[in-house]
Design a protein around this ligand. Structure first.
Ligand code: MN
Length: 231
């Protein structure tokens, strides 16, 4: 096969304990999925889950024990961190029931849903798509994926983010409004989930801005820590 332009490389994430890597197909994100984060964004009450996408090329893949470089993006004065548990789909499907969802999961990782909050806010106000606030280059840092069997009980794991060694976000995955099974049920009703899809499951409260030079270190108990420096 030959192409008229150079085809994009396959984006892939290292897997703990394996030489083979996890190839990224799509990146789904769940909006407002922890009560206290929904409140800090000005929302109350349980709403149906909603989703947005980032391109696979937005991933900033960081190896275990390394500090990734995260470029401060253009056009924003309010670049926010959102630490999230990432679910890696191993087996695709449509209309997957929550009770069957875990059979479709390959593993889990720690990710950051980086957000140009000022641009997202402007788009919200105007009722326009969030892409410019959410789906830009380097907006989806991710650390190594741990296979599900080795990850422990991520559904009750602590989730946290420190900036320059100080706590910014600290919660527990058990506080998800829509849990992992329910997320997969809703997603797979709307899209044909495929192997290689990543799902950023939502962020707890404490989102705030970072600036160049800040070091972000985040984790979910049982998974590899993610560390990046804003440059
Ligand atoms: Mn998010």
């Amino acid at each position: 096969m030959s192409y008229v332009v150079t085809p994009p490389a396959i984006v892939s994430v290292p897997v703990v304990g394996r030489a083979e890597r996890f190839p990224v197909h799509r990146i789904y994100c769940v909006g407002r999925n922890y009560v206290e984060h929904a409140q800090e964004m000005g929302f109350t009450g349980r709403e149906p889950p909603f989703f947005f996408l980032k391109p696979a090329s937005a991933a900033v893949v960081v190896n275990a024990g390394e500090t990734g470089a995260l470029a401060y993006p253009a056009l924003t004065q309010n670049f926010h961190h959102e630490i999230e548990l990432v679910v890696a789909i191993g087996t695709g499907g449509q209309n997957i029931k929550a009770a069957d969802a875990f059979k479709h999961i390959y593993g889990y990782g720690v990710g950051l849903d980086m957000t140009r909050r000022d641009l997202q806010g402007e788009m919200k106000k105007q009722g326009r798509p969030w892409d410019i606030g959410k789906a830009f280059e380097q907006s989806a840092p991710i650390g190594p994926i741990t296979p599900a069997a080795q990850a422990g009980d991520v559904t009750h794991a602590d989730i946290w983010l420190q900036v320059n060694g100080k706590d910014r976000q600290r919660s527990n995955v058990a506080k998800l409004i829509w849990n992992i099974g329910e997320i997969i049920e809703h997603l797979s009703a709307a899209w044909d989930l495929q192997p290689g899809d990543l799902i950023y499951s939502g962020t707890p409260e404490g989102v705030a801005a970072v600036v160049r030079g800040d070091v972000l270190e985040g984790g979910v108990t049982g998974l590899e820590t993610l560390r990046v420096r804003v440059v």
